[in-house]
Ligand binder design. Structure first.
Ligand SMILES: *[C@@H]1O[C@H](CO)[C@@H](O)[C@H](O)[C@H]1NC(C)=O
Ligand SMILES: *[C@@H]1O[C@H](CO)[C@@H](O)[C@H](O)[C@H]1NC(C)=O
Ligand SMILES: *[C@@H]1O[C@H](CO)[C@@H](O)[C@H](O)[C@H]1NC(C)=O
Ligand SMILES: *[C@@H]1O[C@H](CO)[C@@H](O)[C@H](O)[C@H]1NC(C)=O
Ligand SMILES: *[C@@H]1O[C@H](CO)[C@@H](O)[C@H](O)[C@H]1NC(C)=O
Length: 352
């Protein structure tokens, strides 16, 4: 009876020591310093996970200041504290930082020392959501790829803020206080790789001017945008997802060619003041037109090609790739036109 017990114990002991050794090895590869340095440079307010030596967890601790960050840290979690300032000193040696999460703090622009962020030459992601910023902070590190500023009080973008951010792909400014006058001629110049721009829930009355040429996702829901200038989309020839839900768009505010832009695949225009279906591109796949004032719909225009082709109409305005269509909350009176009824069978989803 005793032998098997002894055997089990031995196996446990062996696996345990192998595990300890391999963990130690991870450290030696990532960092020449040993265990004692790792634990001694860990700020006492924070947690330094032993199996992830590049990360530092200081979130949700009621902190009022950023502790001094050790130089080995790549990923820094400081969200959900009471931090008001970003002094240069805190990040002075933290030149390896790739990712900083400062969401849900009390940071103001006055609290950010001038070189505090720009000295981080390898920073890729900066999260500053739910703070008290009134301006986009500047200068920012040129390496930045994502800047998340949702739910602040941003109404100003200092000149040249974005001019060097050639690697920025995502800029999230939703739920701020931007007015049309926040933009200069060259505000977005230099953002060569920007793909997603989110300015939903601000106070814009016009479309933002001169957007970066590579913009694919443009989110402008919940503003007060009344119209779209003619040829607006010429400078953003890759725009694929366009959201303008909850604005004040009327038929008169649309350019003659409407949304007949071949790059757009997903167009969301819910909760506006349109009385007619605007012109769309034959490549469009998703169209949200619910909660407007549309009175009638010409089914020949909206239906996929297989129906349209059998009719007498030429290719004017057909949407052969349309798969999702919302028309509910409009003023379309029954009976629903026969040709639109046929759409029910062809679209994956249609709501009237
Ligand atoms: C930065 O590192 C140097 C050299 O290791 C050290 O002397 C200095 O105290 C550090 N500064 C901060 C703010 O931690
Ligand atoms: C931008 O990204 C490229 C490719 O990752 C990199 O080589 C370059 O150094 C980055 N630019 C800056 C300013 O960090
Ligand atoms: C826009 O406002 C509506 C109504 O208040 C809300 O339901 C929706 O979530 C908002 N969308 C955005 C992107 O802010
Ligand atoms: C629907 O549109 C087609 C093509 O423009 C047109 O020929 C037709 O008369 C329209 N039908 C109605 C009911 O307006
Ligand atoms: C959409 O644009 C294309 C190419 O620019 C054009 O040929 C077509 O007539 C336009 N359709 C409508 C409905 O304006």
């Amino acid at each position: 009876m005793a032998a098997p017990i002894y055997f089990n114990f031995l196996v446990l002991f062996l696996t345990n020591s192998v595990w300890t050794r391999s963990v130690r090895q991870v450290y030696e590869v990532t960092d020449p310093d040993d265990w004692t340095v790792l634990s001694s440079d860990c700020p006492q307010e924070c947690f330094c996970p032993p199996n992830f030596p590049n990360a530092l967890y200081c979130d949700s601790r009621g902190l009022k200041e950023i502790p001094t960050i050790p130089s080995r840290i790549w990923y820094l979690y400081l969200q959900n504290n009471l931090i008001e300032t970003i002094p240069e000193k805190a990040f002075m040696n933290a030149t390896q930082l790739r990712w900083i999460n400062l969401n849900k703090n009390k940071i103001t622009n006055y609290g950010i020392e001038k070189g505090a962020l720009s000295q981080l030459k390898k920073l890729l992601f900066l999260f500053l959501e739910d703070n008290e910023l009134e301006e986009v902070p500047a200068p920012l590190p040129r390496s930045l790829e994502q800047l998340q500023l949702a739910r602040n009080k941003v109404s100003r973008i200092p000149q040249g803020t974005f001019s060097n951010l050639e690697n920025l792909t995502l800029l999230d400014l939703q739920h701020n206080k931007l007015l049309d006058n926040a933009f200069q001629r060259d505000t977005f110049k230099g953002l060569k790789n920007l793909m997603q721009l989110n300015m939903a829930k601000n106070s814009l009355r016009s479309m933002p001017p001169r957007l970066p040429a590579n913009t694919m996702q443009l989110f402008l829901d919940n503003n007060s945008i009344e119209g779209i200038p003619e040829n607006y989309f010429n400078v953003i020839p890759k725009v694929t997802f366009l959201r303008l839900n909850y604005n004040k768009l009327s038929d008169a505010g649309l350019p003659p060619n409407g949304f007949n832009v071949s790059s757009i695949l997903d167009l969301q225009l819910s909760h506006n003041q349109l009385t007619k279906v605007p012109r769309i591109s034959p490549r469009l796949e998703h169209l949200h037109l619910d909660h407007n004032k549309i009175k009638s719909v010409n089914g020949s225009i909206m239906c996929p090609a297989s129906v349209a082709v059998s009719g007498e109409h030429d290719s004017f305005g057909y949407a052969p790739r349309l798969r999702y269509l919302r028309l509910d909350g409009n003023e379309i009176k029954p009976p629903i036109p026969m040709d639109l009824m046929i759409c029910f069978r062809l679209l994956q989803a249609i709501v009237i």
